[in-house]
Design a protein around this ligand. Structure first.
Ligand code: ATR
Length: 280
């Protein structure tokens, strides 16, 4: 049996074990997916252990997505630019790092909202790790404009500068600037997340967005956030955060196994795990 797992601290609430295990089973793969709660002190040892042939690789989550980079042999995709790795692949004892968060976001847009980022005008709210992955993926997908607003403006300015260096049309904007005139507005902050101080708050005023704008939230607890509800009321189309989570996991699964990810199976397993958690 081969093994994969999630490296983070904490990992008790991660949905990845539920939907990755379901994907292995649905594809008839003799593989298991474990929770590897790992402190900063234990990170290097954990990563070294992945070189063993038993291991397919791992997912990496908070707080280790940046710290894991120097422990790997090679970085693939845009992970070096993003400065964060969420997927480690063990190929014959060599460890390759990837970041599937941004590509998972783009896949969710295309497959769940039938929205091709090419030529579209985006407004990203937030400039943290999630926004970085999304911004570079949108640049790669040839978005026309990537405007970035952040509570701490310096972070938005830095990200916009880095994305513009790839040749994309990126610029920092202010939260006070208009939110109209975009094809897609993405909440890349934790505002609206269940169990946080901002759980009832909105990252911007959806009533001020152009009708027909696609409003996307990366928050997936709750699945229907205040931002998504208000955006629908304002006549916008919406996409929640669960599809991004599933598609980033699907891309990790494909990197480990070379097998096409069973996306519907993964959605079902994640929704069942969320429902079980809500009942607990
Ligand atoms: P992640 O990896 O999930 O993106 P992060 O790197 O900590 O996490 O980034 C969190 C993002 O949410 C940041 O853009 C943060 O803004 P700051 O850079 O100003 O900290 C944003 N954020 C968090 N709480 C917020 C709030 N209450 N209002 C506005 N933005 C908030």
């Amino acid at each position: 049996m081969r093994l994969a797992g999630i490296i983070g601290h904490p990992v008790a609430h991660s949905l990845s074990p539920a939907f990755q295990a379901a994907a292995f089973a649905a594809c008839g793969l003799d593989a298991a997916y474990e929770r590897w709660d790992t402190t900063a002190e234990a990170l290097a040892g954990r990563v070294v252990s992945l070189r063993d042939p038993r291991y397919l690789g791992a997912n990496v989550t908070i707080p280790h997505k940046e710290a894991v980079i120097p422990l790997l042999d090679e970085l693939g995709g845009q992970s070096a630019r993003v400065g964060a790795v969420n997927t480690i692949v063990n190929r014959d004892g060599r460890l390759y790092g990837f970041n599937t968060d941004g590509p998972g976001f783009a896949a969710a847009l295309r497959n769940e909202s039938y929205f091709d980022p090419a030529g579209k005008r985006f407004l990203l709210l937030g400039a943290g790790g999630a926004a970085r992955g999304i911004a570079f993926a949108l640049a790669e997908a040839k978005a026309a404009t990537i405007a970035i607003a952040n509570r701490t403006p310096e972070r938005a300015a830095r990200l916009a500068r880095e994305v513009a260096e790839t040749g994309a049309g990126a610029q920092a904007v202010s939260y006070a600037d208009p939110v109209a005139g975009y094809d897609c507005v993405v909440n890349c902050t934790s505002v609206g997340m269940h169990g946080t101080a901002g759980e009832g708050d909105l990252p911007c005023d959806p009533a001020a967005m152009s009708p027909g704008t696609l409003a996307v939230d990366i928050v997936y607890t709750p699945e229907d956030t205040p931002f998504l509800r208000a955006a629908r009321t304002a006549g916008c189309r919406t996409l929640g955060g669960l599809p991004m989570l599933i598609y980033q996991g699907g891309l990790s699964f494909e990197l480990w196994t070379g097998v096409h990810a069973p996306i519907e199976v993964m959605f079902d397993a994640a929704r069942k795990a969320i429902a079980a958690r809500d009942l607990a």
